[in-house]
Write a protein that binds this ligand. Structure first.
Ligand SMILES: Cc1ncc(COP(=O)(O)O)c(C=O)c1O
Length: 302
């Protein structure tokens, strides 16, 4: 789908396949289980982890048109899109949830987006909720004067992005039996599972409360591949109160993981997945001889 004006993403020198590093964690070795850290956080300094995997196909498909996308006030996806715009010379527009934010100083995440050249457009929560309705979307595009924009859905999870995430599973062929991943929209898991070799499985840890993600992942796979793909399951117990919520217990687990393994642990997604994975191993969920891969999808934002 490379059009005449599609940016050449090779100029960004992504580190692909991302490294898979084995670490020695006595909580696992004691049970005969190996752990690999699949360092998607090292793919690119600004397009980190699943952001690269999900955004790259959109950047190509946009073929130089302005890119408009959506996110909350601390969205990793908005920051990654803004950085891609700066690096590739593309116009980017971020539609931000929360009209009330428009007359407050920008928080550090939105300030980074603005510094990268992203135009920010704040909308009220009802408009934000209805952003995929054709009429609402058309009104937003008109309001920002970007009717020709290429629209990337919230979190980047479109069928194109889901297909882009298949490579994550493919890179782990012959390396891991079970692949653990934190889930927001479930787009990355939908693609990862499709790329795994037969007999391997993906284990998702939703960071949102609600238990709706199984249905969402099924529909993402239906839209991306025409039906279910791969072996995957979710464990809903490790959301720590829901999206963007953390607890002192989660922080002390993450601090300890950082000092054991020298890995900066992002708290809103990655820490919850690692906590869940270690807890499952301690429950005896993995037979001796299992190799686990934990996908490091992000890095802490200062
Ligand atoms: C660091 C990190 N990990 C995991 C995810 C979950 O990705 P998905 O929305 O595809 O489930 C996100 C969300 O974008 C994220 O920012």
């Amino acid at each position: 789908m490379t059009g005449p004006d599609a940016p050449d993403l090779a100029v960004l020198h992504p580190r692909l396949p991302s490294p898979a590093q084995e670490v020695n964690d006595d909580r696992l070795t004691r049970r005969g289980v190996r752990l690999l850290l699949k360092r998607d956080d090292l793919i690119h300094p600004d397009l980190i982890g699943n952001k690269w995997r999900k955004l790259a196909p959109h950047l190509t498909a946009a073929a130089g048109r302005p890119i408009l996308t959506f996110g909350g006030a601390y969205s990793n996806h908005l920051r990654a899109t803004a950085a891609a715009g700066r690096l590739l010379g593309l116009t980017t527009i971020g539609v931000v949830r929360g009209q009330e934010l428009s007359d407050r100083p920008l928080n550090p995440s939105l300030a980074r987006c603005a510094a990268d050249g992203m135009r920010l457009h704040f909308v009220d929560r009802s408009t934000y909720r209805h952003k995929t309705d054709p009429e609402t979307l058309a009104a937003v595009l008109r309001a920002v004067g970007a009717e020709d924009a290429y629209v990337v859905p919230e979190g980047g999870s479109s069928p194109l992005a889901v297909r882009g995430c298949r490579a994550l599973g493919e890179e782990l062929h012959g390396r891991a039996d079970v692949v653990a991943l934190a889930c927001g929209t479930g787009g990355t898991l939908a693609g990862l599972a499709a790329g795994l070799a037969p007999g391997r499985r993906a284990l998702g840890f939703p960071v949102l409360k609600g238990g709706f993600l199984t249905a969402d992942i099924r529909s993402l796979q239906e839209a991306a591949f025409g039906g279910p793909r791969g072996d995957w399951q979710l464990d809903d117990r490790f959301h720590f109160g829901g999206y963007a919520r953390t607890t002192p217990e989660l922080h002390s687990f993450a601090d300890d993981f950082e000092s054991r393994h020298g890995l900066p642990v992002e708290r809103l997604y990655v820490a919850k997945m690692l906590y869940g994975l270690i807890a499952l191993a301690q429950e005896g969920a993995f037979p001796r001889g299992t190799t686990l891969a934990a996908v490091i999808t992000g890095r802490p934002f200062p």
